[in-house]
Every structure is written in structure tokens, then in C-alpha cells.
Design a protein around this ligand. Structure first.
Ligand SMILES: *Cc1c(COP(=O)(O)O)cnc(C)c1O
Length: 371
């Protein structure tokens, strides 16, 4: 081989393929795709219209310096339009942030079962990902802090977290931030921020306002249902935002995404519909699957992580669901061997999934009783 990776990036050669949710099954014309945390209800009709209208001027580069998108977000969330910057998905924003604020020899601390892109992005930066233990799939502030050394440049958490769906209360996030040196950047990935309904959850923009070393990222892919258009942003200290912009792609956001994003945020009724549908099914799924004898992790997101009595049962259940055209997500990591993650889908998809799992678990207890 003639091309080799630089020494600091060697570990990237061993990265497994990021597992994209299966979107088709042989023998099925349509499937229930419960694998990628997308919104089953689809985008706001107004966002669709706005994206279509933006196509009229698609021969032009997206206008630079227009403040329509930051201003729409600032007005909606009562925050400062000067403290945000955008990218094609919050993933790109996370990668850019991690690449900027860490480099060779630096450590990036994350929880071991958190969002699986974090360690990859650290390696892209040439820095060293450090996986802290968690408390049964929930971030542990103590264990994260125990993993911090003087080489730590970044601590990153997703809150609420994916794939677990669990969250860290505001006082715990503040305890984590309070124990970090000022030179350590705390990144709070808020891809599921809008779904967090727990009393003790705190909007991270408050902490961003109070500190010089906190950045939150947000996504248009989940609540706003625009995953295919790729739009994400971050909110942080003005100097971080300024640098992010200067070193970012020339045109980070395409005109259709930008127009659709504004319309999506402004369509409060659509957001409320998605949230109501989601809240209903998170509660129903948790109750029904617990009733089948499964462990359901408490979720503040649009999905549930479900633990089966064994890895082989998780595997069989996955196969069983697929035989009915229902696709959840199985992660190829030891800690997830007995678990499946399911995104909230349409009513009929949820009903069918519960039915299949209920029958699967009932057969199993019948079989084990017969033995
Ligand atoms: C979906 C997701 C993202 C990425 O979102 P995009 O804006 O689509 O790039 C980031 N972090 C977590 C935890 C996610 O689940």
C-alpha cells in the first residue's frame, strides 16, 4: 500500500463501519424502519414547501451573511443569534469542534456506551478517545471525572444520550462542568434536547451563557424531521463560534435545508404533534414491553433501549421482528449484545411491534415452563 495514515490517525484503520439502520428487507415492499431515530410523522408540510421554493434559486450559492436561520432560532428559543453556527448535520459540527479543540496527544473523554461517533471524531482529530465507565447506561459524572487527566482537552456527553435514551439532570451536568479546568471544553450534544421532558433536565443554553468553555450542539434531524436535508448547529462562546466559522466549509448549509429549517422551527403545531405522538408512545412502549418481561431503559428521547433476558433472545427477537417487516437496531458491541433499540414509529407500527414481542416472550416462557 502506498498511502498510509499519519501515526496519530493509525487507529482509524480499525474503525468498523458506522452501522446505518437497515432500510429494506428482502420480501417486503415496505418495512417498519425503527432503526434510525427518525420522525415517523414526516417533515412539516411548510418545511417541504420552503425547500421546494428554495430550488428556484438552486443555481446560486447559498447567500452568505443572511441571518434568517439564526434569527429564527434566536426568536424561537430566546437565545443570541451571534452565538450559533451551522453545518450539514450536527455530526459535522461535532467533528469540526473536536478537530479544532483537540489534537495529537490530547484526550477526549466520553462515556463508553454513548454516541458511537464520539471516539471516531476524536481519532479524526488525531487525539485519543478515552471511554469512561457509566452507571447502567447512564452517564456517571464521577466516572467521567475520574477519566479526566491533564491531557484532557474535551469532555463530551450526549444529553439525553443515544443509544440508551437516559439523561443527566441539570445539577449533575453542572457538577461535571464545575469540576473541569477552564481550559477543558465541555460539549453537550443535544440531538434529543427537544424530547427531554423530565423536570430535572436543564436547557444547556443556560450553562453556555454562564461559562466560556461550554458548547451545545443541536440537530434538525430528530424533532424537526429533516434528517435527509442535513442541518445542525451549535451554540457556544462567541470566540469559539467565530473560529468555527472561519475554518468551516465555505457553504456549510444548502439553501433548501436553510429554508426548510426556518419553516420547521416556526411550525410549532407540527412540533407539538410530533412531541405528543412521541410522548404517548414512549409511555405505552415502556409499559407494554416491561409487561412482556423486558427491561426498558427510561427514555427522554424518541426511542427506547430494551434489554432481553439474554443475548440469544435479543437476537431471536430481532430475527422474529424482521420476519414481520419490523427493523429495530442491534449494536455490534458486547455491552449491547442483549439489547435492541427501537425508534417511535407510526401507531400501527408500534402496535405490530408490541404484538410480535409479546407473542415472542410468551412463547419463550411457555417453552421454559414446559422444560
Ligand atoms: C442523530 C444524532 C446526531 C446527529 O445528528 P445530525 O444532525 O443528523 O448529524 C448527533 N448526536 C446524537 C447523539 C444523535 O443521536
Amino acid at each position: 500500500m502506498t498511502l498510509t495514515l499519519p501515526p496519530t490517525k493509525k487507529r482509524l484503520a480499525d474503525v468498523g463501519c458506522y452501522m446505518v439502520g437497515i432500510s429494506s428487507l428482502p420480501g417486503f415492499e415496505t418495512i417498519s424502519k425503527l432503526s434510525s431515530n427518525e420522525t415517523a410523522l414526516g417533515p412539516s408540510p411548510q418545511a417541504i414547501q420552503a425547500a421546494q421554493a428554495a430550488m428556484e434559486t438552486a443555481h446560486r450559492y447559498p447567500e452568505l451573511g443572511t441571518d434568517a436561520l439564526p434569527e429564527a432560532l434566536a426568536a424561537r428559543f430566546d437565545i443570541d443569534p451571534k452565538r450559533m453556527t451551522f453545518g450539514p448535520g450536527s455530526d459535522e459540527v461535532l467533528l469540526r469542534l473536536i478537530s479544532l479543540y483537540s489534537g495529537p496527544g490530547d484526550e477526549v473523554v466520553h462515556s463508553k456506551n454513548a454516541y458511537m461517533q464520539f471516539p471516531i471524531y476524536a481519532m479524526r482529530a488525531g487525539s485519543i478517545p478515552v471511554a469512561a465507565d457509566d452507571d447502567d447506561f447512564r452517564h456517571s459524572v464521577d466516572k467521567i471525572l475520574a477519566a479526566v487527566t491533564e491531557r484532557t482537552k474535551i469532555v463530551i456527553i450526549a444529553n439525553p444520550d443515544n443509544p440508551s435514551g437516559t439523561y443527566l439532570p441539570g445539577d449533575e451536568v453542572r457538577r461535571l462542568h464545575g469540576a473541569l479546568a477552564e481550559g477543558v471544553l465541555l460539549i453537550i450534544d443535544g440531538a434529543y434536547h427537544e424530547f427531554a421532558a423530565a423536570e430535572a433536565y436543564e436547557d444547556p443554553s443556560t450553562l453556555v451563557h454562564e461559562a466560556d468553555n461550554v458548547v451545545m450542539t443541536r440537530s434538525f434531524s430528530k424533532l424537526y424531521s429533516l434528517a435527509g436535508l442535513r442541518l445542525g448547529w451549535c451554540y457556544g462562546p462567541p470566540d469559539v463560534i467565530d473560529l468555527m466559522e472561519r475554518v468551516g466549509p465555505s457553504f456549510p448549509v444548502n439553501s433548501a435545508a436553510s429554508a426548510a429549517g426556518i419553516a420547521a422551527v416556526e411550525d410549532r403545531a407540527h412540533c407539538e404533534r410530533v412531541l405528543a405522538h412521541n410522548g404517548k408512545w414512549i409511555a405505552l412502549l415502556t409499559k407494554a414491553l416491561t409487561g412482556c418481561g423486558l427491561k426498558v431503559y427510561p427514555s427522554q428521547t424518541n426511542f427506547v433501549l430494551v434489554q432481553f433476558p439474554s443475548a440469544s433472545l435479543a437476537e431471536q427477537a430481532d430475527e422474529n421482528l424482521k420476519a414481520h417487516g419490523i427493523v429495530g437496531r442491534k449494536f455490534a458491541l458486547d455491552d449491547f449484545a442483549d439489547k435492541l433499540r427501537f425508534t417511535v414509529g407510526l401507531d400501527h407500527e408500534m402496535e405490530a411491534m408490541i404484538e410480535v414481542l409479546d407473542q415472542f416472550m410468551a412463547r419463550r416462557s411457555h417453552d421454559s415452563a414446559a422444560q
